[in-house]
Design a protein around this ligand. Structure first.
Ligand code: 9Z3
Length: 332
């Protein structure tokens, strides 16, 4: 890619074989050049303003099974966690690079996008004037949400880049972490996206829609390389890196979080269970006992978001991390 000629940080030659193979086996995102420029400029602005910054990945990646894609495999995630977390950090002075699945929830306007309160709930219709408008009951609420979303974008505090496939996601993860790495400890990486573990390399993918011919279909999938390791060791080694672990069996959740910490040597793993991920999470760090964040019964009844509670604890951990230069600190 011409943006990366002469930039050693992007050289595929120096990457582990399975990672280089992955990048060669998926198509480049077609808006990459434009988005790469925006990410670079966003990183420059964050550095100029000495602002704390968070990269939030949000939503699920897809795996196409045909080059002319009619069908794909998807991952569970609506993007609510990432969007609500972005709101918290924007409201607390951070710059936010929001790397999200196309058409998934976005900060602030997520309230107008949810299916139980979708945008039409807020509209009224005047039959005489043939006019639809935001009804008086909701005018203030809709204006506030829309204005926040728009003003954070216009002021450059919120940059949004979207992906669909796991390949696009991993191209943008590499660009975002490398470009923001100049911010050193001032940056959090909050990897909440649900990333596919398997994919089909381009040279093994059907060109056209696979025909059914009344037969079953067997698909061979290759493993997606675990890029968190490279994020932590090469691309953004000074960032405060947070990953998520999603499980369905509570009996293995803590062990899986610990295994992840031991494998990647990052700062925090947040564990959550599919059946209850909106009501509690558990923080695993290298140096402290596991810490649970739970909503109260009343908060569950009132559908209060848990993300501001996660954000508050994470902001504290990040402040401590920033206050301790590398040679005087142990992991927090
Ligand atoms: C999560 O566990 C997120 O909390 C959710 C958020 C996907 C549950 P929503 O977007 O859901 O609010 O609907 N994200 C990470 C999921 C994941 O794939 N983690 C990998 C794993 O568990 C590690 S990178 O193996």
């Amino acid at each position: 890619m011409e943006n990366h000629i002469n930039d050693k940080r992007y050289s595929l030659e120096d990457l582990p074989e399975n990672v280089a193979k992955f990048y060669r086996s998926v198509p480049f995102p077609h808006d990459y050049a434009t988005n790469f420029k925006s990410i670079k400029e966003f990183a420059r602005q964050c550095q100029l303003s000495h602002s704390k910054t968070i990269l939030i990945t949000s939503g699920g990646t897809i795996v196409p099974i045909e080059k002319n894609m009619v069908r794909y495999l998807d991952n569970f995630s609506g993007g609510g966690r990432g969007a609500a977390t972005a709101e918290y950090f924007l409201e607390h002075g951070y710059h936010v690079l929001f790397l999200y699945r196309k058409n998934s929830l976005q900060p602030f306007i997520r309230h107008l996008m949810l299916h139980d309160t979708n945008f039409f709930t807020f509209l009224s219709y005047n039959p005489e004037q043939h006019l639809a408008y935001v009804s008086d009951t909701y005018k203030e609420q809709v204006s506030n949400l829309f204005m926040k979303w728009k003003s954070y974008i216009d002021s450059g505090r919120l940059l949004r880049v979207h992906f669909e496939t796991v390949g696009e996601y991993l191209y943008y993860l590499r660009a975002s972490t490398i470009e923001l790495s100049t911010l050193k400890r001032n940056m959090i990486i909050f990897a909440a996206a649900a990333v596919s573990d398997f994919y089909i390399p381009l040279d093994q993918m059907s060109e056209h829609k696979i025909q059914s011919k009344n037969e079953g279909l067997t698909i061979n999938l290759d493993p997606v390389p675990k890029l968190l390791k490279l994020v932590v060791s090469e691309w953004a080694p000074d960032a405060y890196t947070v990953s998520f672990k999603l499980e369905t069996d509570i009996n293995i959740l803590d062990a899986k979080c610990q295994t992840s910490l031991n494998s990647y040597h990052h700062q925090l793993v947040i564990g959550n269970l599919l059946s209850d991920y909106k009501n509690w999470v558990v923080f695993h760090t290298p140096s402290k006992p596991a810490m649970y964040i739970r909503k109260t019964e009343q908060q569950i009844k009132d559908h209060v978001d848990i993300e501001p509670m996660i954000g508050e604890r994470l902001k504290d951990l990040h402040r401590i991390y920033c206050d301790h230069p590398p040679h005087t600190t142990t992991n927090h």
